[in-house]
Ligand binder design. Structure first.
Ligand SMILES: NC(=O)c1ccc[n+]([C@@H]2O[C@H](COP(=O)([O-])OP(=O)(O)OC[C@H]3O[C@@H](n4cnc5c(N)ncnc54)[C@H](OP(=O)(O)O)[C@@H]3O)[C@@H](O)[C@H]2O)c1
Length: 269
């Protein structure tokens, strides 16, 4: 399964997870993002949706994450007293069980243990993730919520390089331009989330509204198509079947080079 051009995100859906993931697959999504972090995700609900979807495993791109204890609630997918390498192995085994699969396409470190730099535990976690990759139960590794300095350090230390970065993407940082530039140079695919919700002010500007009018598409489609055209893999977690179809249809048109440039600078002028 090649990496899809859109990911369906499964956060914050609780008891609706199975129903919504099934609707997303029915709408045409083939890439699914989740995490073994019960506080925000119901990974077993994703697994139930996959099993009942009628779509075969090899037609799906499944991404899940290892999450440190500080970002979990009491519903831990590992032994809180184990070392982090063991926790990665336990969390991964639990993900396979939840998702009812033998392999994961992309296994992501949900976020480094600190805001700047990396700690020894981050390097230990990455080593454990590399071993999962070595065992061929994981096709690609990724890292999320990462600053440029952290990504550079990780790439310096990693034997298996990250294939994905998943970050919240703010127009006011020129859509995470520095991280995206580094990713492009290293052949890492940048996944952007909160593309709509993190940029509400920018999406109200006259400059944006003019682009929407020119393209004759919805505001969400403009943002997602911009993301794809500049090389990002966007995420949407919409709960609305019409929005699911609308988001996937963003691929059916192109923004002009001039409008792409206006989008790049939307939050930085
Ligand atoms: N790595 C991380 O730490 C992290 C953090 C946050 C999120 N994520 C991932 O990213 C996914 C997406 O999260 P998100 O923060 O980008 O927010 P989101 O869950 O996609 O929320 C988007 C919001 O915009 C609204 N919306 C209106 N029109 C829309 C349209 N056409 N298409 C899509 N949404 C539309 C949605 O409402 P409707 O539901 O009514 O459409 C919803 O309220 C998550 O599910 C998760 O998988 C990862």
């Amino acid at each position: 399964m090649p990496t899809p051009t859109f990911l369906y995100g499964t956060a914050w859906k609780e008891d609706e997870t199975e129903r919504l993931v099934r609707l997303a697959i029915e709408a045409g999504f083939r890439g699914i993002d989740t995490a073994n972090q019960r506080r925000h995700y119901f990974e077993a609900g994703v697994g139930a949706a996959i099993r009942n979807s009628g779509v075969s495993r090899d037609e799906l791109f499944l991404q899940t994450k290892f999450t440190y204890i500080d970002s979990q609630d009491h519903r831990l997918p590992y032994d809180p007293n184990a070392d982090v390498s063991t926790q990665v192995r336990q969390s991964f085994a639990s993900s396979l069980e939840h998702l009812q699969v033998d392999t994961i396409d992309s296994y992501v470190l949900h976020g480094p243990s600190r805001r700047r730099g990396l700690g020894q535990e981050d390097l230990d976690v990455w080593r454990a993730m590399e071993e999962l990759h070595d065992s061929q139960r994981v096709r690609f590794l990724g890292v999320s919520n990462v600053a440029l300095d952290q990504l550079e350090l990780l790439c310096d230390h990693a034997r298996v390089q990250p294939q994905f970065v998943q970050n919240r993407c703010y127009a006011r940082t020129a859509w995470d331009r520095d991280v995206r530039r580094f990713c492009r140079a290293r052949g890492i695919l940048y996944q952007g989330f909160s593309l709509l919700t993190a940029n509400l002010a920018e999406l109200r500007t006259a400059a944006f509204r003019e682009i929407v009018l020119r393209a004759g598409r919805t505001p969400a489609q403009i943002v997602f198509r911009f993301a794809q055209q500049v090389g990002m893999l966007p995420l949407t977690g919409t709960t609305n079947p019409e929005h699911m179809r609308e988001d996937l249809a963003a691929q059916d048109f192109d923004l002009s080079p001039a409008d792409l440039q206006r989008m790049e600078n939307l939050g930085v002028n």
